[in-house]
Design a protein. Structure first.
Length: 401
C-alpha cells in the first residue's frame, strides 16, 4: 500500500511515521491526489540549490503559489533577477533595523506576559505568540498599530483555509496584505520613515531599483512570514519545551542555552515545513526519476528528522551539534530566510521573559488546532496550564534587562 495519497489532517497532525517510510522507501514520491512530488531526505533537500534545476520562478508556496506573487518577490524569482532583488531588499532589511527592535519588542513581550503570570491557564497562541510576532514585524515594516488586527486576521485565514478550496479563496488574505502595502507605499513615497518599506522604496544598486509592485508584494510576504511563520516557530518551541521538561529546567538554570534550544526546536519541529520548486530538467533522486516540469515539495521538516544526517533525529536535544549538518528550518541558499535574525531575536526574548514567569507548564496539542496547510507547521490555539504556579527558579534567570 502506498504511504500517502493527499495531505489530510491525520497526516498533517503526525507526519513523522509517514516521512520515515518515505525517506527509506520512496525518497522521491508522487502524491497522486495533489499532483506534486515530495522529496524527503536531507541530502536531496539540502542539495536542491541550483536554480537552473530547482526553479523558484513558479513560486515557493506549496503546493501552488499565488499568481500575484510570481516575479514580484524573492521566493518567486531565480537569478539574475533574484540576485539583484535580494541585494536591494537587504539594503532595507538591515541588521541595524532588526537589532533596533529589541528594546521595544522586549517591552511588549513583558506587557503581554505579565498579566498571565498568575493565571492557571491561558492560550499561548492567542494571548502571546500572535500579538507579539505581529507587533514586531509591524514595527520593522512601519505598519501603524491600529491596522495590525485586520491584517493578521487576513493572514490567519490563509493559514486556516482548506487547501482544496478555490485559489481566490486561499489567496484572499494574502492579497489583502498586498493591497494594504500598496497604499502604505504611496504614503512612504511622500513621507519616508525609518522602516523597511521606506528602505525598499529608496534602495538602489548599480542603477537598479525595485518596482512598486515588487515592494508591495515583498512587504506583504515579509508581513505574512514575519508574523505567521515566526508565530508558529515560537509556538512550536513552546510545545517542545512543554514536552521536554528536563531541557526546560536546564535552560532555566543556564539561559545561555536559549539560542541552541531554539535552533534545535527549529530542526525538530520546522515551522517552515515544505516549500515548492519546479524542475527545469529531469532529476534522479536515489533511483527515481522526477521529470522536468514537475512541481516538487522540498520537505524541510522531514529532512530535519533524517537519521542519515542527525543521529536519534526524533529526539529533541539542546546539546546537539548542528555544525556538521545544519538544520534546514530557515531554508537553503540562495533562498535562506530573510528574517531569520528577527525570528531568533523574538525566540530569545520570549524564553528570557517567559521561563522565569511560569512553572511546569503543560500544553494541549489538539489535532483540530493544527494549521490545515502542509507548508507551515503550527497551531491556531495552544491551551496552556500552569499547575505548578510561577516558576520556582525565576531568580536564576531574572529575565533579561
Amino acid at each position: 500500500m502506498l504511504p500517502l495519497r493527499d495531505f489530510g489532517m491525520d497526516f498533517i497532525h503526525d507526519p513523522w511515521p509517514t516521512y520515515a517510510v518515505l525517506r527509506d522507501e520512496h525518497p522521491a514520491y508522487y502524491v497522486e491526489g495533489v499532483g506534486v512530488w515530495l522529496v524527503t531526505r536531507y541530502d536531496t533537500v539540502a542539495g536542491a540549490t541550483d536554480p537552473t534545476v530547482w526553479s523558484n520562478a513558479a513560486g515557493n508556496i506549496f503546493p501552488f503559489d499565488d499568481p500575484q506573487r510570481i516575479g514580484n518577490t524573492l521566493g518567486t524569482t531565480d537569478p539574475p533577477v533574484h540576485t539583484m532583488a535580494r541585494r536591494l531588499v537587504m539594503k532595507a532589511f538591515t541588521p541595524r533595523r532588526v537589532m533596533a527592535m529589541e528594546e521595544r519588542a522586549r517591552a511588549y513581550a513583558r506587557e503581554l506576559l505579565t498579566p498571565l503570570r498568575d493565571a492557571d491557564s491561558f492560550d499561548f497562541v492567542h494571548d502571546y505568540a500572535q500579538p507579539f510576532t505581529a507587533a514586531v514585524v509591524a514595527m520593522i515594516l512601519g505598519i501603524p498599530d491600529e491596522d495590525i488586527p485586520a491584517l493578521t486576521a487576513a493572514i490567519d485565514k490563509g493559514f486556516a483555509t482548506d487547501p482544496s478550496r478555490p485559489a481566490d479563496e486561499r489567496h484572499a488574505g494574502r492579497r489583502l496584505a498586498f493591497a494594504y502595502c500598496r497604499e502604505l507605499l504611496k504614503e512612504r513615497r511622500v513621507r519616508p520613515q525609518d522602516d523597511v518599506i521606506s528602505g525598499m522604496a529608496l534602495a538602489e544598486h548599480l542603477g537598479a531599483t525595485l518596482t512598486d509592485e515588487q515592494i508591495a508584494v515583498t512587504s506583504g510576504t515579509i508581513l505574512g512570514a514575519g508574523y505567521g511563520s515566526t508565530e508558529h516557530a515560537i509556538s512550536n518551541l513552546w510545545v517542545t519545551l512543554a514536552e521536554n521538561p528536563d531541557a526546560r529546567a536546564q535552560i532555566r538554570t543556564d539561559p545561555s542555552l536559549i539560542p541552541a534550544a531554539f535552533e534545535e526546536a527549529v530542526r525538530h519541529e520546522a515551522a517552515g515545513h515544505v516549500f515548492g520548486r519546479t524542475l527545469l530538467q529531469d532529476v534522479d533522486v536515489h533511483g527515481t526519476t522526477v521529470p522536468a516540469g514537475a512541481r516538487v515539495g522540498l520537505c524541510y521538516g522531514s529532512a530535519n528528522r533524517d537519521e542519515r544526517a542527525f543521529p536519534a533525529a526524533d529526539r529533541y536535544d539542546i546539546h546537539r551539534d548542528l555544525a556538521t549538518n545544519r538544520h534546514l528550518g530557515f531554508g537553503i541558499s540562495p533562498h535562506h530566510c530573510l528574517g531569520n535574525a528577527l525570528a531568533r531575536l523574538e525566540a530569545k526574548i520570549t524564553l528570557e521573559e517567559a521561563l522565569p514567569l511560569f512553572g511546569d507548564f503543560e500544553v494541549e496539542t489538539r489535532p483540530e488546532n493544527r494549521l490545515k496547510i502542509l507548508q507551515f507547521r503550527g497551531f491556531t490555539s495552544l491551551p496552556t496550564t500552569v499547575p505548578g504556579g510561577p516558576a520556582t527558579s525565576a531568580a536564576s534567570t531574572g529575565g533579561a534587562a
